[in-house]
Structure formats: structure tokens, C-alpha cells
Design a protein around this ligand. Structure first.
Ligand SMILES: [Zn+2]
Length: 412
């Protein structure tokens, strides 16, 4: 089995390298935006979509032309890769997987990629990496790079620069060590409740930081824009954003690692978080009811990173030889796990479950998790598609292509 894995390290650039990296990221953003504008104008003129090869010819003209000669200072491969990024965005849009591509803004996900291993040299022994037009740069090698490097992405976050090296290596298809199966109920009061009665506390780090974040943002808004105090306040806001993201990542990784090591079969609800966000906002004709309340819930859901949780479980289980089964979420919180009676009256409160038919009493989230597990077992036993359960996805993840972003990020 091929495993693709990304290894992320902090870079330690000198002043000149820093300003060059900023310029290169800017050049890639410029090329992406210019190509998108061209694509749009072309479409409005009734012309066909411009494919990558034709667009790359435009890029050559921009680099050699007199209007943007500075594009020549940036390495060519990352610029070409920006066009590939745009092409992928369009493909996702055409396939209805994503919204229409948007223009990139400065300061948001500033990055550029060297798409081929030939373009960079990693000297792990000396803790440095060679990048075209940047030269040798030191990096904090917090862990070994495993496998053959495929590409390298340089990015900025919270005032620091990182390089993420994606590698490929052959690993044996693992035999699952664990043999047990578990169901998980995702919630807001508890991040995750398991069918064995245990649970994970909510991810509160963001709430805690959110108050401070708002205070920092207010302080920033009171300062004169672009003054030195404003710049300092802005750096503080960005730093806190990075910390929040790191806390969340760390929490989710610990949780998903533990689960995937202890269980061979993991069943979760197939929650459509993205759809929920959409329905809360409503449409122009029918603005969503309770937008405020719902967006509060959605925010909590997204904060807790349910999607990220599921994504991590999927690839980590593939690594340990386990399987992830997503089952239909309908009525999992209203069905009695003892007698099977379905009624909304079974759910007395958010936390309490009391079956009106048989009197079975249990924590409501535990009941949900037991039902999820039971559904997962049914999916496995009959191999049938009980609703939109998707065991096939997990199987797919186990075979070849996956994009685990298992990263190790040196933190300050
Ligand atoms: Zn019952």
C-alpha cells in the first residue's frame, strides 16, 4: 500500500529569504488571480474554457512581457503550479464539489509549491533545505522525513514560515491489532460519546480563546491603520489564531490516534455539516429561520472540527487496517437501544433518555452511540446499503490515494 504523508517543519530564513518568499507567494497569487480574471472575461465573451497548457503559454508571455517583468524573479514551477491550483478549483466547480473559484487575498494562506522533487534538495543531516531562487535555508527538523519526497510547499502562518514536504513510501497493508467495534455519537455538550459509555470532553480551547481574540480584535480596530501599534496588535491577533488552530489540531490528532489504535471498526453518523451550515443561512427568497441560534450551533460544530475528526479517523484507520463506517443519522437519538421503540418522547432532555415503551433509561448520547454501532454492524453483516451508509469510502481510503496531512509542526 502506498502511503502519502506530509511532513511539516518550521523554516529559519534570513531577512532576504523572508522578503523573497513573500514576493514569490505574491507572484503566485498574482498569476492565480490574473488567470482567473482571464478565464472569466473569456467566458463572458462566449469563448471556451482555457486549459492548462494554453494558460501556461499566457504565463510565459506575462513573464517575458513588459507589464509584469518582476514575474521573472519568481521561480517558474511554483507559478505554473498556481495555474494547476486554478485548474483544480475549476474541475471541482464543474463536478459540483466546490463553489466557483475566488480571487486570492493577500495574507490569507500565503504559499507556493515546488511541485517536483527535482526542484529542491533536502539535506536532513545538516538540517537544511535548498529551494530554487532562495538558496539553502535552515529548518527545525522536529522529526525524520520518511519516504521519497514528491513536492514541497512553503507557507506562512502566524508570522512564521513553514515547509511541508510530501513524501511517498510503500508500507505493508497492516493487519488490524484491535478487534473491537465502537459507535460514536458526535455532540456539542460532549465532543464525542462512545457506545461503551466513555466520552471526550468538548473542545473548549476555542471558546476560551475566542473571548481573548475578540478583545485583541477590538484593540486592533481602535488603532490607526498601518501605524506601528496597529501592526503590533495585528500580529497579536494572528498569533492567537495560530495558537487556536494548533490546539484544535493537537486535540483531534490525540483523539483519533487513540480511537484508531483501540478499535478495528469505528461507526459514526454520516453528518452533512456543510449542508447544515447552508440551511441555517437560508436563501435570498427564504432566509433561514433562527439563523442566529443555528449559526451558533453550526459554529460550535465547525469549531469542534467534526469533519476533520472524521477525515483523520478515516486515514488513521486505513493505516491500522481498521475500517470506518458512516451510517445514516436519522433517529439515532430517538430510538431505544433496548427495545427499538422510536419516539421523540424517548428523549426527555438533551442528556436524558427514557424509553416510553419499555422504561429503559440511559444517557441520551450513549444511546445514540449504541444505535450508531448497531447500524454499523447491520451494514457490515448484510453488506447492504442501509440508507446512505458508505463503507466503500473507507475501503477506498485503504487502497491507494489518500491525503493524510499528518504533520508535525514545530511550535513556539
Ligand atoms: Zn425501550
Amino acid at each position: 500500500m502506498q502511503r502519502l504523508q506530509a511532513f511539516k517543519y518550521e523554516l529559519m530564513p534570513n531577512g532576504e529569504q523572508q522578503s523573497n518568499m513573500r514576493r514569490f507567494a505574491g507572484a503566485c497569487r498574482f498569476v492565480f488571480n490574473k488567470a482567473l480574471a482571464l478565464q472569466k472575461a473569456n467566458h463572458e465573451a462566449g469563448e471556451k474554457y482555457i486549459g492548462y497548457v494554453a494558460m501556461a503559454k499566457h504565463l510565459t508571455a506575462w513573464r517575458n512581457g513588459s507589464e509584469t517583468p518582476w514575474l521573472k524573479d519568481a521561480p517558474v514551477h511554483p507559478l505554473q503550479h498556481a495555474l494547476k491550483d486554478l485548474e483544480r478549483a475549476y474541475k471541482n466547480f464543474f463536478a459540483k464539489r466546490a463553489a466557483f473559484p475566488r480571487f486570492k487575498k493577500k495574507g490569507r494562506h500565503d504559499s507556493f509549491r515546488y511541485p517536483d522533487a527535482k526542484q529542491f534538495k533536502l539535506d536532513a543531516g545538516n538540517g537544511r533545505i535548498f529551494l530554487p531562487k532562495l538558496g539553502w535555508m535552515r529548518l527545525r527538523l522536529s522529526r525524520d522525513v520518511l519516504g521519497t519526497p514528491r513536492n514541497a510547499t512553503v507557507s506562512q502562518s502566524g508570522g512564521k514560515w513553514f515547509v511541508s514536504i510530501q513524501t511517498e513510501r510503500e508500507v505493508e497493508q497492516p493487519e488490524p491489532q484491535a478487534t473491537s467495534a465502537i459507535g460514536i455519537d458526535m455532540g456539542v455538550a460532549r465532543f464525542a460519546t462512545f457506545s461503551d459509555g466513555s466520552f471526550l470532553a468538548p473542545l473548549a480551547s476555542f471558546k476560551k480563546h475566542e473571548i481573548r481574540l475578540r478583545r485583541y480584535q477590538r484593540a486592533m480596530s481602535r488603532k490607526t491603520k498601518f501605524s506601528s501599534n496597529w501592526t503590533k496588535a495585528k500580529a497579536r491577533v494572528q498569533h492567537l489564531h495560530t495558537r487556536i488552530a494548533n490546539c484544535r489540531k493537537d486535540y483531534l490528532h490525540k483523539a483519533t490516534t487513540t480511537i484508531s489504535q483501540n478499535h478495528a471498526i469505528v461507526c459514526i453518523e454520516d453528518l452533512q455539516v456543510r449542508n447544515m451550515s447552508k440551511s441555517a443561512a437560508g436563501t435570498a427568497d427564504a432566509p433561514g429561520k433562527n439563523v442566529r441560534a443555528k449559526s451558533g450551533l453550526n459554529k460550535a460544530i465547525l469549531d469542534q472540527g467534526w469533519f476533520e475528526f472524521r477525515r483523520q479517523l478515516e486515514y488513521k484507520l486505513a493505516w491500522t487496517g481498521g475500517i470506518l463506517i458512516a451510517v445514516a443519522p436519522q433517529n439515532t437519538s430517538r430510538t431505544c437501544s433496548s427495545c427499538g421503540h422510536v419516539s421523540k418522547d424517548n428523549r426527555k432532555t438533551q442528556a436524558q433518555f427514557l424509553c416510553v415503551a419499555c422504561g429503559h433509561e440511559e444517557n441520551a448520547d450513549v444511546v445514540g452511540a449504541i444505535n450508531v454501532l448497531a447500524r454499523g454492524h447491520r451494514v457490515l453483516a448484510c453488506g447492504e446499503d442501509v440508507s446512505h451508509a458508505r463503507p466503500a469510502r473507507a475501503k477506498h481510503a485503504a487502497s491507494v490515494k489518500q491525503e493524510p496531512a499528518e504533520v508535525s509542526q514545530a511550535q513556539a
